[in-house]
Ligand binder design. Sequence first.
Ligand SMILES: Nc1nc2c(c(=O)[nH]1)N[C@H]1C(S)=C(S)[C@@H](COP(=O)(O)OP(=O)(O)OC[C@H]3O[C@@H](n4cnc5c(N)ncnc54)[C@H](O)[C@@H]3O)O[C@H]1N2
Ligand code: MOO
Length: 403
Amino acid sequence: MAKSVAEHRADVEELIRYAARASLAGTESVALEAAYGRVLAADVAAPMSLPPFANSQMDGYAVRSAETSGGADLAVAATIPAGYAAPALPPGSAAPIMTGAMLPEGADAVVPIEEAVPDTFLTERDGHTVRLPESPAGRFIRAVGSDIAAGSLALTAGTVLKAPQLGLLAALGLATADVRPRLRVLLLSTGDEVVAAGGRLDAGQIYDANNTMLAASLREAGCEVVESRILADAAPEFRGLLDAELRRQRADLVLTSGGISKGAFEVVRLALEPEGVAFAPVAMQPGGPQGAGRIGGAVFLGFPGNPVSCLVSFEMFLRPALTSVLGTPAPRTVLRVPLAEAADSPAAKHQVRRGHYDGGRVRLVGGAESHLVHAMAQSNALVHLPAGVEHTEAGQDVEIWLL
Ligand SMILES: Nc1nc2c(c(=O)[nH]1)N[C@H]1C(S)=C(S)[C@@H](COP(=O)(O)OP(=O)(O)OC[C@H]3O[C@@H](n4cnc5c(N)ncnc54)[C@H](O)[C@@H]3O)O[C@H]1N2
Ligand code: MOO
């Protein structure tokens, strides 16, 4: 009997937990520019306060609030631009101050230039006075540490570094981040008919779609990908080439496409089944044939050769396992939306169709067959027609995952 989608997902997650043991335990230091999408290996404490000094939130005048009660005419003191140490504010005066400039000693409020009379900047040199309204203490002042205090927790271990988090680390003056090593994936396409893009096609051959597609999915998920194509007719030859690849470069996960179903030349299955890798069908369409197990110190997953089956296998099994174990990538957005047309699906299988969601309904794109790469490229969602369902009416709600 075929495994259920949930059973296979649990098996893949357990394998990925094993594959990720080195990533989860390790640390590498990377420059912030290279840290996008990486996962913090340890808590980060703020090495300094933000803001590091009290400064103005507005272009205006720095004042002693007590000297503004009921509105006041104050002598114009020396201008304070951003980026300089401010001299103390003389009593009875107001210092022109720019946004981000250091608050002078003695000042405890800032009056925006729009509220000053006149509302253009005057200079100390001309001996002017300026009329300012009453302003309470603290007005338009950004206090030291009001964003984060030195020594407090800035980011926790396990945080995925995206633009906002990288902005914080940069503001704290940190040039590098300690992140988890990425999962190393050896990605292999198999089959004598498969030729790398740009190569010459002989009769009966096709271009390799899977390596490019899966490499993109894996990189987006934060993995380090080593790609290769293995052409081998016989299982011992396949095993020899795979071992040679694994000696050449360490891998946590070996991911193959093709060569695992019922044909006469299924080299992946024939080579690895005797070593305990399981090739059990999953009650899913496409992506029914699946291989999973361990080879040497690495984890092995075998996806079926059809490109749509590969994408669906990645989205249904590997991507959720990576999210759950490593924290990247972010989970897919799941919605329940009306199906634009009626659809039939096999009751015994969880069918995953490709669809286009327009914000209201989801329309199926192409048929259920797993060779339809053009339709796949037009879709922006996976549409789930679960096991036990044979017919879905137009307008009925279905679960979709936004791609
Ligand atoms: N008698 C049966 N035949 C098949 C069954 C079955 O249950 N009984 N299952 C079918 C299903 S479903 C699938 S999916 C495929 C899976 O087969 P394999 O994983 O062994 O893959 P291949 O036979 O090597 O290739 C299948 C298909 O995909 C093309 N392919 C392979 N690699 C690539 C690549 N890198 N880029 C683009 N296209 C690729 C290949 O040429 C085949 O057309 O088996 C069914 N058969
Ligand atoms: O499982 Mo296959 O992927 O239906 O085409």
